[in-house]
Design a protein. Structure first.
Length: 281
């Protein structure tokens, strides 16, 4: 009887061992596949970042790695229209979603801002450091690997961020992965009194009007500006911590000042910018 029970136990141990070995092998294969999903492709002077699908997660001109290449990301800098340019280097910018690092590099390297970026995928961070000229962390730059929804809940960030840029998508880029009133409320909590948030709304399953309304419920109708969609279909929302209604002349003057300081087509923004009174329509 003891021999029979011992034999049963040995057979069971073999099957359990085989199951665990297969499970571990599947886990390793999954990790390998995830790592291989993050890649880049060069087309002439432009380098594109992909995360396992045809959707472009970011791009960079190889000859000008610290410029912003994509039109929608240039518009993500639209907060400059509502900021004192003389004090930019005193502000703290945060990006939720690293992409190819364009916004992070521009805020940190070109504008001289204290900059923090949050990115869930470690392979994206490594890819940006190796192939997209993203500097290593230093006294003015920090890249945090983690879930943006959780990171912004940390007490250390409450009321500390002057500029928040939200560009959160999975590999299919069908709609923002975080697009709720609660999430935007958490975003507002980390902004300073005069802080500003820009959000990229994109994808076949996204709805710019619904997203704008959610943001307006948090920031107030008079604080939400909106860009008309880019040719690629990206709609950018600007939400101000404190309402700031500017005339056309004031916007034009500020756009010219931005163009004089950095390589952004700010004058073109004015034609596509929708003021708060019309943003909900």
């Amino acid at each position: 009887m003891d021999i029979f029970l011992g034999l049963i136990a040995c057979i069971a141990a073999v099957f359990v061992g085989a199951y665990l070995a297969k499970k571990q092998a599947r886990a390793f294969r999954s990790q390998d596949q995830q790592s291989s999903q993050v890649n880049f492709f060069d087309y002439g002077d432009v380098r594109f970042l992909h995360c396992g699908s045809p959707a472009v997660q970011g791009s960079m001109r190889i000859s000008k790695p610290f410029d912003i290449h994509l039109e929608y990301q240039q518009r993500m800098m639209g907060w400059l229209l509502f900021t004192d340019l003389a004090k930019i280097n005193q502000l703290h910018a945060m990006q939720l979603g690293l992409g190819a690092g364009s916004l992070t590099k521009f805020c940190n390297q070109t504008l001289g801002m204290q900059t923090t970026a949050v990115e869930l995928n470690l392979q994206v961070i490594e890819m940006c450091r190796r192939w997209f000229f993203l500097p290593e962390d230093n006294h003015s730059l920090e890249v945090i690997q983690g879930d943006a929804a959780e990171i912004i809940l940390r007490k250390e960030w409450i009321g500390k961020i002057d500029v928040l840029q939200v560009d959160l998508y999975d590999q299919d880029a069908q709609c923002p992965v975080l697009d709720t009133e609660q999430f935007y409320g958490n975003c507002k909590q980390i902004l300073t009194a005069n802080g500003v948030m820009t959000v990229n709304v994109f994808g076949l399953q996204s709805n710019i009007h619904e997203s704008a309304n959610k943001i307006a419920k948090v920031f107030g109708n008079s604080s939400v500006w909106k860009f008309k969609p880019t040719t690629a279909g990206n709609s950018i929302i600007i939400a101000l911590g404190a309402p700031n209604i500017l005339s056309q002349d004031e916007l034009t003057a500020r756009a010219l000042a931005i163009e004089a300081r950095c390589s952004l087509p700010a004058s073109q923004w004015i034609k596509a910018l929708v003021p708060p009174a019309l943003s909900s329509t």
